[in-house]
Design a protein around this ligand. Structure first.
Ligand code: BG6
Length: 501
């Protein structure tokens, strides 16, 4: 994983497209301020905001500082001080991302005027915009000569979704690659920036005790859960085009799956890790229309209660079609065709408005081959579990049987529990802080390469086709529950259960 190389010493500019948007204000500027306050930004940094709203440089700076203050619960002066101490400058350009004049004006600004000959230095283009603008921004930058790394780096930072199906994802990659080399494109999946997701690599590959048990000989099955108690919030219209499959499974779940199941990388360098992830994703057995019904459960939440508060059903949410067939819950079974995992099902479930927010990976081990216990003492023995708790209560726990004190030989399941919060004093950087830092220093380990995007879409494309063609049943679950009972039917062995987090 990334060591912390120093940011480059030459002048650096971060150009934020969608500079007035919600994501930039809530996540990006506070992350930048936090990096600034700990001296982790490059010297002579300039932030150039680009958006349609009319404003001048000073007003842009004020809005950035106000959003930092809001996000950190601090006052305006504290927000301002972080940037001022590091000499960060702010510039603003009014313009539309689909107008070539915007990019000419940006080039002029970066070069110091219409006839300017200033070296641009390093430049990070951060797209905090709707995905529909990714291609036109790449074109605009390319045509204005801003993609060439003539006097510093040029990096193009984008956040999911990378396409809405396999074809569009390939087209997007092809389009971006007209102007940028793959090494210049930094695709964010904020799950990779979570400490606990990175800890999957640390746990597996810096210890000897886990890896020998991390395979088909010992593991019965794996469960990956990404459960949210939130609904679609104010993003109903967006979610109608995404559903759980595109919103969570194609990206975050595939990344967690890849890190959990991949082979050991040669190093923690970006391409070594990404090569292994791609190899794993390539091994995921393609689902086909005939098996879809046995491998996939889709559902949508109806009205219910979450944490004691009544909440509406999905179809009653703002921006949602009252007859919508979009899934807010998805459970599926995937098989991995390789020597390590052949025959080990990977069960995946994700949903909105579930009982609680929890993301975890569970390795359920095989039962012992023979139990040297009297029949009356056997039913308290359960298979071992190793649980990687990604959030919210980050940690690792394992369960095993221990003898109950007393004359009789009875056993009971007990747990060993490691908690991040109780063990480490060091604060984990916020995901966007990590992403921004790594993009600035050019460490691509936590960013998604185009072949990973392609493989993830390859895995989910049959589901997209199946949802369109087969009318796979859409069941329901009340908000605040653990999802539809039908999800139980995916588990192969009758005694298997989804883990109750
Ligand atoms: C985003 C999805 O990518 O991830 C959201 O678009 C989801 O719908 C979010 O709520 C979950 O992220 P986290 O970090 O809260 O698990």
């Amino acid at each position: 994983m990334a060591t912390t190389p120093r940011p480059a010493e030459v002048a650096t500019t971060i150009v934020v497209f969608g500079a007035t948007g919600d994501l930039a204000h809530r996540k990006l500027y506070p992350a930048l301020a936090s990096l600034a306050s700990t001296g982790q930004i490059p010297d002579r940094l300039c932030v150039v905001g680009v958006a349609r709203t009319e404003m001048d440089d000073a007003e842009f700076e004020r809005t950035v500082i106000a959003s930092v203050a809001k996000a950190t619960g601090g006052d305006q002066e504290t927000g301002a001080a972080a940037f001022a101490d590091q000499g960060v400058r702010f510039r603003y350009l009014t313009g539309s991302a689909d107008d070539s004049a915007t990019f000419q004006a940006l080039a002029d600004l970066l070069r110091g005027g219409p006839d300017g000959t200033h070296p641009i230095g390093n430049c990070l283009f951060y797209l905090s915009t709707a995905p529909s603008l990714f291609e036109s921004i790449a074109d605009g930058l390319g045509m204005a000569g801003l993609a060439h790394e003539d006097d510093g780096f040029r990096r193009f930072v984008v956040e999911k979704p990378f396409g809405h199906d396999l074809t569009s994802a390939l087209a997007l990659t092809g389009h971006l690659c007209r102007w940028f080399h793959e090494r210049q494109i930094f695709r964010i999946d904020h799950y990779l920036a979570k400490e606990t997701v990175q800890n999957i690599l640390a746990l597996r590959f810096t210890n000897t005790i886990f890896e020998p048990l991390w395979n088909r000989r010992y593991v019965d099955h794996v469960q990956i859960t990404v459960a949210e108690d939130l609904g679609v919030e104010h993003r109903g219209a967006f979610y109608e085009h995404a559903g759980a499959l595109r919103d969570i499974v194609q990206n975050h779940v595939m990344q967690v799956l890849a890190l959990t199941a991949m082979e050991p990388p040669a190093s923690f360098q970006a391409d070594a890790v990404r090569d292994e992830k791609v190899k794993l994703l390539r091994s995921v057995h393609p689902l086909d229309l005939d098996t879809l019904e046995r491998h996939v459960v889709r559902a949508q939440y109806t009205a219910g209660e979450v944490n004691g508060v009544p909440v509406p059903g999905y179809r009653e949410e703002e921006g949602v079609d009252p007859r919508s067939h979009v899934e807010t819950y998805l459970a599926l079974r995937l098989d991995v065709d390789n020597w390590r995992w052949a025959g080990v099902p990977f069960y995946i479930r994700t949903g909105k408005r579930l009982a609680r927010r929890v993301t975890e990976v569970v390795l359920r081990y095989k039962a012992v081959p023979f139990l040297p216990l009297p029949p009356s003492a056997r039913d308290t023995v359960e298979p071992n579990e190793l649980v990687l708790r990604i959030q919210p209560d980050a940690g690792i726990e394992t369960s095993f049987a221990a003898k109950v004190p007393g004359q009789a030989f009875r056993v009971r399941q007990v747990r060993l529990d490691f908690s991040y919060a109780q063990t480490f004093e060091e604060a984990a950087p916020e995901a966007y802080e990590r992403v921004l830092h790594d993009a600035l220093v050019g460490d691509a380990t936590l960013f998604i390469r185009s072949d990973e995007v392609e493989q993830s879409w390859r895995i989910v494309q049959p589901l997209i086709d199946g949802f369109d063609q087969v009318t796979l049943p859409l069941t329901q679950y009340p908000a605040g529950s653990w999802g539809p009972t039908a999800a139980q039917s995916l588990l192969l062995a009758p005694e298997d259960r989804w883990r109750a987090p």
